[in-house]
Structures are given as structure tokens and as C-alpha cells.
Design a protein around this ligand. Structure first.
Ligand SMILES: [Zn+2]
Length: 134
């Protein structure tokens, strides 16, 4: 139990350090993770703008976060709840008892939504989904 708590605290420390770094790094200072797909193809993937969206959420600028990556911003509370439950399960039981309770149908719906989002944000009629803020 002590080992699991120590590992969890270490992971939480590194996650918090990354969030603090992202919070204090300004727009366009290179703190974001460059997208290889975008660099090669010039198209936006489903994840493009996620680090900028996370930075905006940290600054409580939710409009800007939605403009950078709407699906990431909307999914962030679900992701946080999932990881919170995962950490609790790891500390309490020593293993992941959460992932097996998530129905595969839900996972496929999320994957389909992410793929659709990735396609739509590259179509001019849906350019408002591209990770830009005017
Ligand atoms: Zn991308």
C-alpha cells in the first residue's frame, strides 16, 4: 500500500509540475507538443490544439480552450474523472478495476467522434473547429 501511494504521489508530482510549467509558459513559447501529423500533411488531427486548450483551461479561459480543441475541452472532465477513479482503484486495490467497467460500445463511440472531429475540422465549412483563435 505504501509503495502504491508513493508511486501515485510521484506521478501526481510530475503531472502537477507539467501543469505548472504549461500554466506559466506563454502563448507560442514552444510549450505545446508539436503535431507530427500536422507538420507532415498540413491537416489538423483530432488532438491538434490540445496543449493550448489545456493551457487555456488552466487560465480559466474556456472559450479559448473550446476554440483550440473543443472535443478535448469537453472530454477533459470525463478524462479527469477516469484518471481519478483509476488512481483510487490503484491505491485501494493495487490494480485497474475501472477500465473493465467501461463498455466497449462507449469507447467506440468516443473513437468515432474523435475521428469525425478530426475530419470535420479540415473541411472549410467547419473551419471554426480548426485550432485557431481570432
Ligand atoms: Zn495534430
Amino acid at each position: 500500500m505504501k509503495k502504491r501511494i508513493a508511486i501515485t504521489l510521484a506521478a501526481a508530482f510530475f503531472a502537477a509540475a507539467a501543469l505548472v510549467y504549461l500554466y506559466f509558459t506563454g502563448e507560442g513559447e514552444g510549450a505545446g507538443i508539436p503535431c507530427v501529423f500536422h507538420q507532415i500533411t498540413g491537416f489538423y488531427c483530432s488532438g491538434c490544439g490540445s496543449s493550448r486548450a489545456l493551457r487555456s483551461v488552466l487560465h480559466l479561459d474556456f472559450y479559448r480552450a473550446l476554440r483550440y480543441n473543443a472535443i478535448f475541452t469537453i472530454g477533459l472532465p470525463l478524462l479527469a474523472a477516469y484518471f481519478g477513479a483509476l488512481v483510487f482503484s490503484y491505491i485501494r486495490f493495487g490494480k485497474d478495476r475501472i477500465s473493465e467497467k467501461i463498455p466497449m460500445k462507449l469507447i467506440w463511440i468516443f473513437i468515432a467522434a474523435a475521428l469525425l472531429y478530426g475530419v470535420l475540422r479540415n473541411i472549410p465549412a467547419f473551419s471554426f473547429l480548426a485550432p485557431t483563435v481570432i
